[in-house]
Write a protein that binds this ligand. Structure first.
Ligand SMILES: Cc1cc2nc3c(=O)[nH]c(=O)nc-3n(C[C@H](O)[C@H](O)[C@H](O)COP(=O)(O)O)c2cc1C
Length: 246
């Protein structure tokens, strides 16, 4: 049974460190609807993020209608049918790898049944474009979308919802645009399936900070040896290692 909205929202008081350490891609979801009384406050909070030039040119497409979800599922499966056999072949009977891809397979098979999709979109203008010449950064376009997305993922984690940032299901932008009725100036950036979590949260396993931090010049990594700030190092085995399936 999903919690009452007030009870769920009260969980937003969770310590920030706990939320950040345990937020992860949760793909196995209960199929019960997610109340707007929970979703809308989370969307509102997520938009406390920065945007380039404070443009705030976001749109959130919230998809709940079954026909719409079915169209999105068909779009996703066109690609999924190609890439899933490759993923299975690459796992080569490796039980751990197979366990890791299982939640994504479950989700692809249940796509139209998932409670709600949030599709963050951003409006293109002369300064903010999703594509450009190789030398010109498109960071201001995508950088205006992913901060609120991460806020939303953290909010979902705190209240007990499962969520994951995904790009593949809307891989063919013209079709996604057509399904969603998006004007040409508005680009869909990713899709976030959301439902009450069935899969596990983290702690997540990430590369040790000493491996990632370079001081003053690339290649100078003084924190590599000290072990500073790496509570999860004992578990770490590179970025592909997962603590548990979700
Ligand atoms: C830009 C981006 C695109 C992603 N696209 C997908 C996707 O298409 N499908 C999917 O299942 N997960 C997708 N993910 C989620 C990652 O696979 C996931 O965050 C990563 O494996 C770490 O998993 P964890 O957070 O559970 O540890 C994407 C993440 C990012 C940041």
């Amino acid at each position: 049974m999903p919690p009452e909205p007030a009870e769920a929202l009260a969980r937003l008081g969770m310590p920030m460190e706990d939320a950040m350490r345990t937020q992860r891609a949760v793909r196995r979801l209960h199929l019960d609807p997610v109340s707007h009384d929970v979703l809308l406050p989370l969307l509102e909070l997520s938009l406390k993020a920065p945007t380039s030039s404070n443009t705030q040119d976001w749109s959130y497409l919230v998809v709940e209608d079954r026909e719409q979800k079915l169209k999105l599922a068909k779009l996703w499966r066109k690609l999924y049918r190609v890439i899933d056999p490759i993923a299975v072949r690459m796992a080569k009977g490796d039980e751990r790898e197979l366990r890791q891809i299982a939640p994504g397979q479950w989700q692809a098979e249940h796509f139209e049944d998932l409670p709600v999709f949030v599709i963050p979109c951003y409006r293109r203008n002369l300064k903010h474009k999703p594509v450009g010449r190789p030398q010109i950064s498109v960071a201001s376009f995508y950088g205006s979308v992913f901060p609120p997305v991460q806020n939303l993922l953290l909010g979902c984690r705190a209240v007990g919802l499962g969520a994951s940032l995904q790009t593949l299901p809307i891989w063919w932008v013209p079709s996604a645009r057509k399904i969603l009725g998006l004007p040409r100036s508005v680009n869909p950036v990713c899709i976030i399936p959301i439902g009450w979590a069935k899969g596990n949260y983290g702690p997540t396993t990430r590369r040790p900070i000493g491996e990632v931090v370079h001081l003053d010049r690339y290649g100078n990594r003084p924190f590599l040896e000290t072990g500073a700030g790496r509570p999860e190092q004992a578990e770490s085995n590179g970025p592909r290692r997962r603590a548990a399936e979700a």
